[in-house]
Design a protein around this ligand. Structure first.
Ligand code: IPD
Length: 262
């Protein structure tokens, strides 16, 4: 199966999963468990949507690996791994804010995220009916229309960030924010990392940075940003991940990394 076929599969599954998330939201959502922190929650819908996505992938691609936020990792034999956040922005979802997404990526080069090559990324917000898609080498799209990162290179950037769940990291998050603020027209903390990255890809945000992301938070969005002409990295020389994820146009990315510092 080529990358275009993987992309079609991811898109179909993301839409079906998004429809399920929306239905469950309409029926009323309860927080099923609090995980590492008050902001780190899971609802029954997160679990049900991930189960659906996993079942569809198993039917279509039984030899592929899987890494999901709610059900963990399973090695495959095909060299392709699916990286899934069934509902990214679970706090928004639980509170009825229409800013959450199903995020599905196909990557090559298991098992280490640092060795992955992103092949396909789909970020679907069922609440507003928007779908961002990218396939390696083929560009990035919003509902079929090509998108590109903005070209804001200096002061006046609209930036987004997020805060890690571990309270021990909050002082560092705030100090970093203070260093970055002089570059910014304004800052958003919208609550769904995959959509933050998709919005950078679409030029709705000029840049984004966050510490503490897991692969399922950023894999699909990172490919969207790259395919929209932007850059995604970790700290200088590193890949995006727990230590840091920074996404922006080429020129703003360098300025952001400088401001973020260590
Ligand atoms: C979270 C969101 C949030 C980000 C957290 C993520 P979840 O994902 O993307 O914006 O700040 O780091 O874990 O838990 O809602 O799937």
């Amino acid at each position: 199966m080529d990358a275009a076929a993987l992309a079609d599969l991811a898109l179909d599954i993301a839409r079906e999963a998004g429809a399920l998330a929306r239905r469950r939201r309409a029926e009323g959502v309860a927080i099923a468990a609090t995980k590492s922190a008050l902001a780190d929650i899971v609802t029954e819908a997160d679990r049900e949507v991930e189960t659906l996505i996993r079942a569809r992938l198993d039917e279509a691609r039984p030899d592929d690996g899987f890494l999901g936020e709610e059900s963990g990792a399973e090695r495959g034999t095909s060299g392709i791994t699916w990286v899934v956040d069934p509902i990214d922005g679970t706090v928004n979802y639980a509170y009825g804010m229409p800013h959450y997404a199903v995020s599905i990526a196909a990557v090559e080069g298991e098992p280490e995220p640092s060795a992955w090559s992103w092949l396909v990324g789909v970020v679907h917000n069922p609440a507003v009916g928007e779908t961002f898609t990218a396939t390696r080498g083929e560009g990035a799209f919003l509902d079929g229309q090509r998108i590109a990162v903005s070209e804001v290179g200096a002061a006046g950037a609209l930036l987004a960030t997020g805060f890690g769940y571990d309270p021990a990291t909050h002082a560092g998050d705030l100090a970093r924010l203070a260093r970055v603020m002089p570059l910014a027209r304004d800052i958003r903390r919208a609550g769904a990392a995959s959509l933050d990255l998709a919005y950078v890809a679409a030029g709705r945000l000029d840049g984004y940075f966050e510490r503490g992301l897991h692969p399922w938070d950023h894999a699909a969005g990172a490919l969207l940003v790259e395919e929209a002409g932007g850059v995604v990295s970790g700290l200088p020389g590193g890949r995006p991940g727990r230590a840091m994820t920074v996404a922006a146009s080429v020129s703003l990315h360098a300025r952001l990394l400088d401001a973020i510092g260590e």
